[in-house]
Design a protein around this ligand. Structure first.
Ligand SMILES: [Zn+2]
Length: 240
């Protein structure tokens, strides 16, 4: 594989999310001390650290990968990694803008890019949280579907991760609210989220949960959020 073909892969590698064959290829180049790749990796690590992202300690395990692919089913295979890879690609782009702006020494542009990077860093934190929940040994997963489709991952110590497709963006002033409903108790607010233009959404609520008989549900609420659901439940996933 040529170095041109590896362009854009170094950032993914630095963040621990590169995929094969590029991942193995880069590792092999680094192992044999390829100077081009070592230079690229130094640059990529700089980008990753400037974005404020602590690179995940390891590449996603095979188990995690299987879990993600299984979570969306064969017919929705294209979903899989797409939201995350899109995010990481966006991060690489931000890095590229950063360097371009720095060379032009435009303070204004730099300020704009920095604020963009801060936003992306928040997203990367969520990505890491999501991966941690998915990869947890005690994590359980439940499907939901009929209209919006997707998967809920629950880990008793780490929290709840919701991944949805076919969920249209909420109208102006509205947003989706996730609820954790403990067995025989009132719904507990578990955070607001929006879906992307392509109808995909990812939402994480970190912190311990009692999985015994709990249900995870989603309603549409005013953007500010509600303390109790004020509209019909759009979809719910009971943990058996
Ligand atoms: Zn190389």
């Amino acid at each position: 594989m040529s170095h041109e073909e590896l362009q854009g892969q170094y950032e993914l590698y630095a963040m621990g999310v590169a995929e094969d064959p590029e991942r193995s290829e880069i590792r092999e180049h680094l192992d044999r001390g390829c100077e081009v790749c070592m230079k690229e990796m130094r640059r990529a690590r700089q980008v990753a650290s400037m974005i404020g992202a602590a690179a995940p300690p390891a590449t996603p395990s095979a188990k995690l990968r299987r879990r993600i692919l299984a979570s969306v089913g064969a017919e929705q295979r294209s979903f899989g990694w797409a939201p995350w890879l899109g995010l990481v690609a966006a991060l690489s782009l931000v890095g590229a803008f950063y360097f371009e702006a720095r060379e032009r020494s435009s303070l204004e542009e730099l300020a704009a890019v920095r604020s963009q990077m801060r936003q992306q860093a928040v997203d990367l934190t969520r990505l890491n949280e999501a991966m941690t929940i998915m990869n947890g040994a005690d994590t359980r997963q439940v499907n939901f579907g009929a209209g919006p489709k997707g998967k809920i991952f629950v880990n008793p110590a780490l929290g709840v991760l919701l991944i949805a497709t076919n969920l249209p963006p909420a109208p102006a002033g509205k947003a989706y609210e996730m609820w954790v409903i403990p067995k025989g108790a009132k719904p507990v607010p578990a955070g607001m989220f929006q879906s992307q233009a392509d109808g995909t959404a990812m939402h994480v609520r970190t912190g311990p949960v009692d999985m015994n008989g709990m249900t995870v549900a989603v309603t549409m609420e005013d953007q500010a959020g509600a303390a109790q659901p004020t509209s019909a439940i759009l979809f719910a996933a009971p943990l058996q």
